[in-house]
Design a protein around this ligand. Structure first.
Ligand code: HPA
Length: 279
């Protein structure tokens, strides 16, 4: 067996010895967006450090646990803490948990992230539903020997973000007053960069010319891995700082977390209402 697939199977076997249910949804929560976990009826928690071959979380604002439980009546697995390229992980490590969750049986992947707003019509603490992305990370998680049991060698990127899920989000946003009042939802293109530094003004101008609406340092590797496995994805960016060249100012992690905290309840509500409707 391919070595990477062997590792995945070892992680799977370990988790399966504790968790016997069939999970429906895998959820990856971004920087400052972990509060949704408080609404999960938790049945089991496993620290990343205990799972064979799982990478360890290094960033303080990320916890590093796999949480199993019920959300909106469905079995979910929540990744509290994700892995970023800037932390020094390989692309294979970054996508390892997504692959394990798919092998455990998830049928949908929900992702959130904190990102910078490039589109001049976007404001702080607003939300952007991802319709598409541009991968500007210096690598791709599918480079190397393909694992045919997971997917094809050349997966197409015709619909990286599931249209049906985007339509479901639209419907829920229209019908739920708590989401329509005082919340701006956008739809746009996310561009992933390596970080860890934020971008220069010239880079923001460049990212705008390639028609990206929001910029961040995550999400794209996990989405590529999901698409490879035919796993439908829904992803939301919480806009934590303005990257429009005329509005740029120095920002701190605290400000990012603060802006994320304002938008988090709306993102959480949207995820919960959508998950309730999945069949
Ligand atoms: N750039 C890149 N990543 C980010 C940003 C940003 O401005 N904000 C939050 N994540």
């Amino acid at each position: 067996m391919e070595k990477e697939f062997e590792k995945l199977n070892e992680a799977l076997t370990f988790i399966r010895s504790f968790y016997k249910d069939k999970p429906k949804v895998g959820i990856i929560l971004g920087t400052g967006l972990g509060a949704l976990v408080n609404e999960v009826d938790i049945e089991l928690t496993i620290s990343y450090q205990d799972i064979p071959h799982f990478p360890l979380s290094t960033v303080e604002s990320h916890a590093g646990k796999l949480i199993f439980g019920k959300l909106s009546g469905q079995n979910v697995i929540v990744m509290q803490g994700r892995f970023h390229y800037y932390e020094g992980y390989t692309m294979k490590q970054i996508i390892f948990p997504v692959r394990v969750m798919k092998m455990l049986g998830i049928e949908y992947l929900f992702v959130s992230n904190a990102s910078g707003a490039l589109n001049p019509n976007y404001g702080l603490s607003e939300l952007m539903i991802l319709e598409d992305h541009i991968n500007l990370l210096p690598s791709n998680p599918l480079i190397g020997k393909n694992i045919p049991a997971l997917g094809v060698r050349f997966p197409d990127m015709f619909e990286p973000y599931c249209n049906k899920l985007i339509q479901l989000a639209d419907k829920i946003i229209q019908q739920n007053e708590k989401l329509t009042i005082k919340t701006k939802f956008h739809k746009g293109v996310y561009v992933s960069v390596s970080g860890p530094n934020l971008e220069t003004r010239a880079e923001y101008r460049y990212l705008r010319t390639i028609e990206a609406d929001a910029v961040g340092m995550s999400t794209v590797p996990e989405v590529i891995a999901a698409v490879h496995m035919n796993l439908p994805v829904f992803a939301v960016s919480v806009l934590t700082d303005l990257c429009q060249p005329e509005n740029v100012k120095p920002i701190t992690l605290e400000e990012v977390l603060q802006a994320a905290a304002i938008a988090e309840p709306k993102m959480a509500l949207l995820f919960k209402e959508m998950i309730k409707k999945l069949d």
